[in-house]
Design a protein around this ligand. Structure first.
Ligand code: NAP
Length: 350
């Protein structure tokens, strides 16, 4: 009984209280608007989960600014419909859909292979796709779903695309990795010995853990890139509370309340996309001014675990082990060989 309270009830109460606080702050703040951003002609961007919600608005705005946008998602119909809508709105838009299921490491690898066959640069990678409060279940490779989709799938995607990001960035025009996290990371705990929540499942705790993991990854990656002198930065961003389908797995009574009030109280997907677009496109974040954690288009301080270098490193190393990636992947010249050697040797659990 006591352990059920600790495992399930406390994380749920924590997340709802945090949500309430974020909502109140949001309601009493001025409406978030994206400042004018520079044209992106010639740039190539990948937006995961760009078929709907915040990701769709990010893809749409980037296409409007002239970027070639690749919407990466698991639902082909939804992705193609998003491409059609954007092309109807902006006749000159350059948008494609490519299939990517972050719950399958094989799908991530196939996506990257297909992308690389096109021989395109990659200037912006927006790791946006996500799931929240999904029932207990596993990804194709046996990882807990929040951990596998929100964090590990994006880790592998970024890792496999690092060489292209590095080749596409230059001094004064860095490539950018934008990790769409959440204020929920503030109450997240990284269970290094139970990343897949096998010792007791709480969907709330698993979501918060995955969002903290994204921040730790983002920060460590940025440090490694800076240390290596590569023209790529990595930052994390909170879009705020946004009225999207992300909330569809809420407990039924809460979902009913949500559907009645969300459109009045929460941000629209377009407003939610503002901070993501700001971190992806703003000249303010150029070069060494990139990195860190952003919310409401501002750099924000966050909780101490996020800056814990030992925690960052431990999670990084465990993730590389889980994905069977060699840590030499950050060395430009060894990237290809290190990745080739990993492709057949995924491990299945933590
Ligand atoms: N909405 C908020 O209040 C809020 C607050 C903080 C942070 N965020 C973050 O913002 C990001 C975008 O969320 P949203 O609010 O726009 O939610 P959303 O409307 O539910 O969009 C999520 C997107 O992720 C995709 N996705 C889910 N699982 C996937 C998988 N296995 N492989 C590939 N794509 C997958 C979905 O595709 P399908 O259609 O195929 O499911 C969908 O396109 C998420 O990372 C979320 O954690 C949102």
């Amino acid at each position: 009984m006591l352990s059920a309270v600790r495992t399930c009830l406390l994380p749920a109460v924590g997340l709802y209280l945090l949500g309430l606080k974020v909502l109140l702050v949001q309601l009493f703040s001025t409406r978030l608007r994206l400042p004018a951003m520079p044209r992106q002609d010639g740039k190539v961007a990948i937006v995961t989960g760009g078929g709907r919600g915040i990701g769709y608005e990010v893809a749409r705005h980037m296409a409007r600014l002239g970027a070639h946008v690749i919407i990466a998602g698991r639902d082909e119909q939804e992705g193609l419909a998003a491409v059609r809508r954007i092309c109807e709105e902006y006749k000159k838009a350059k948008v494609n859909f490519n299939k990517l299921d972050l719950a399958s490491l094989q799908s991530v690898r196939q996506f990257v292979q297909k992308f690389k066959e096109q021989d395109l640069p990659l200037n912006i990678l927006v790791n946006n796709a996500g799931v929240m409060l999904v029932p207990e279940g596993c990804t194709e490779d046996g990882f807990e779903q929040h951990f596998g989709v929100n964090y590990l799938g994006h880790f592998l995607l970024t890792w496999l695309l690092l060489d292209t990001l590095k080749d596409s960035g230059k001094c004064g025009d860095f490539s950018r990795v934008v990790n769409v996290s959440s204020s929920a990371h503030r109450i997240g705990k990284i269970q290094l010995n139970d990343l897949n929540s096998r010792q007791g499942y709480s969907a709330h705790a698993a979501y918060c853990q995955s969002k903290l993991a994204q921040l730790l990854f983002s920060s460590h990656l940025n440090k490694e890139l800076q240390r290596g002198g590569f023209p790529v930065s990595s930052c994390a961003v909170d879009p705020g509370m946004v009225d999207t389908a992300l909330y569809r797995h809420l407990w039924t009574p809460l979902r009913l309340v949500y559907s009645a009030i969300a459109h009045l109280l929460l941000r629209t997907p377009e407003e939610g996309a503002a901070s993501v677009l700001y971190t992806a496109l703003s000249p303010v974040l150029e070069g060494e001014f990139g990195g860190d954690y952003w919310a409401n288009c501002c750099r924000e301080m966050t909780t101490p675990p996020t800056f814990d270098p030992q925690l960052q490193l431990s999670l990084w190393e465990i993730s590389l082990q889980l994905l069977a990636c060699s840590s030499s992947g950050l060395k430009a010249d060894k990237q290809d060989s290190s990745l080739k050697s990993t492709s057949d040797t995924d491990t299945n659990s933590s």
